[in-house]
Design a protein around this ligand. Structure first.
Ligand code: HEC
Ligand code: HEC
Ligand code: HEC
Ligand code: HEC
Ligand code: HEC
Length: 229
């Protein structure tokens, strides 16, 4: 091709022609990234609570099971927060003069619940239920992350629709025996594969539990009316 434009101009044209679509798609990506950003979904945001309760301390160091405080997830849609009485089972004897625990003692004395700020939320037009997930073998850690390592709880997953669907299309990746639901350190290899006598992989365990727990097919679990009723 003959040289029509001076060399310098050519570069500017090329940069513009190449750059424009890049800029446009870049804007699109940035927009999508914003929609999915930690800021808009609330992911990783630490929320202040009336008492700086530490899961790391109580779960990981003291070894208290989730069920001791979150009592309702097996039977109901929500997991709920513990009543002050649960804290006082220990804190009537321990750390009884600590300033940090003053709101707990006051709540107990006045019979007024502590108003914990809820961190994980799905919009009101979406139906979510803890008990079915727990009954079918989805562990707390799959949806809430390593709670046992958090001082203050933060949301570690986006809770966006595509996150729900990603698991509903292929739940095998996240299935475990139901008595391991609250175990933050569970691995498929801790279970023996009865067929081979070897430790399970997540793939072999997931496939076995999908049958055992009678989990329905992806086509059913991604149906809009399952979550938008
Ligand atoms: C000693 C009591 C206690 C134990 C044990 C406990 N929790 Fe909690 N949990 C709380 C309290 C109190 C809150 C509210 C304050 C906060 O968010 O940290 C809470 C909040 C949470 C939240 C945030 C809920 C939200 O959206 O606001 C999640 C998720 C959670 N706990 C999961 C777990 C899991 C999983 C375990 C077991 C590994 C566990 N908890 C063990 C007392 C407990
Ligand atoms: C099974 C006993 C037990 C229960 C139940 C319990 N705690 Fe504790 N908590 C402890 C112990 C033990 C300590 C630590 C004392 C130490 O070793 O420093 C502690 C420490 C604390 C501290 C000081 C900060 C820290 O984490 O070191 C706060 C605040 C606290 N607990 C709040 C709560 C609240 C709120 C509840 C109820 C939701 C609760 N605890 C339930 C045993 C318990
Ligand atoms: C399939 C994903 C999933 C699993 C598994 C799961 N959660 Fe949740 N959890 C959520 C979602 C989503 C919310 C927000 C629900 C809402 O806004 O209605 C939530 C909310 C919570 C809350 C806040 C109070 C409430 O009930 O809304 C607590 C506490 C909690 N979860 C604890 C647990 C514990 C403990 C386990 C394990 C026994 C667990 N969750 C298992 C997804 C899950
Ligand atoms: C880590 C895996 C996982 C994630 C994440 C997950 N689910 Fe599920 N969900 C399951 C499994 C497994 C079942 C049980 C399916 C069955 O019984 O056939 C289920 C069942 C359900 C059901 C019950 C369907 C019925 O017909 O009773 C609803 C509703 C539901 N999930 C909503 C949600 C929503 C909303 C989210 C996201 C906020 C979500 N799930 C995230 C694994 C998951
Ligand atoms: C497994 C649960 C689940 C299924 C199945 C599901 N959704 Fe959703 N949907 C959600 C959740 C959770 C949200 C809220 C979070 C978000 O905006 O991503 C949502 C949000 C939406 C929104 C609002 C999005 C926005 O940008 O504000 C629309 C529209 C929607 N869903 C349509 C659908 C349609 C159509 C289907 C069927 C093809 C469907 N959903 C299937 C869980 C589900």
């Amino acid at each position: 091709m003959p040289q029509v434009f001076p060399k310098g101009l050519n570069i500017i044209v090329r940069v513009t022609l190449l750059g424009l679509p890049l800029l446009l798609s870049g804007g699109g990506i940035a927009g999508a990234a914003f929609y999915r950003s930690d800021y808009t979904t609330g992911t990783r945001e630490v929320v202040e609570q009336p008492v700086p309760f530490s899961h790391k301390h109580h779960v990981s160091q003291l070894g208290i099971d989730c069920r001791y405080c979150h009592t309702s997830f097996e039977k109901s849609a929500s997991s709920g927060f513990p009543p002050t009485k649960t804290c006082m089972n220990c804190h009537q004897q321990m750390w009884t003069s600590a300033n940090l625990l003053e709101p707990v003692r006051e709540s107990y004395a006045k019979g007024k619940p502590i108003s914990w700020t809820k961190i994980h939320n799905v919009p009101h037009y979406t139906y979510f239920n803890h008990s079915i997930h727990v009954a079918k073998g989805v562990g707390c850690v799959s949806c809430h992350g390593q709670i046992d390592q958090m001082n203050l709880v933060f949301q570690s997953k986006t809770l966006l629709m595509e996150w729900c669907l990603d698991c509903h299309r292929n739940p095998e990746k996240n299935l475990r025996p139901t008595d391991e639901i609250t175990n933050m350190l569970f691995k498929a290899s801790m279970v023996e594969n009865k067929k081979t006598g070897e430790p399970h992989t997540q793939a072999s365990l997931g496939a076995e539990l999908k049958d055992k727990h009678m989990i329905r097919e992806a086509s059913v679990l991604t149906n809009c009316s399952i979550c938008h009723r």
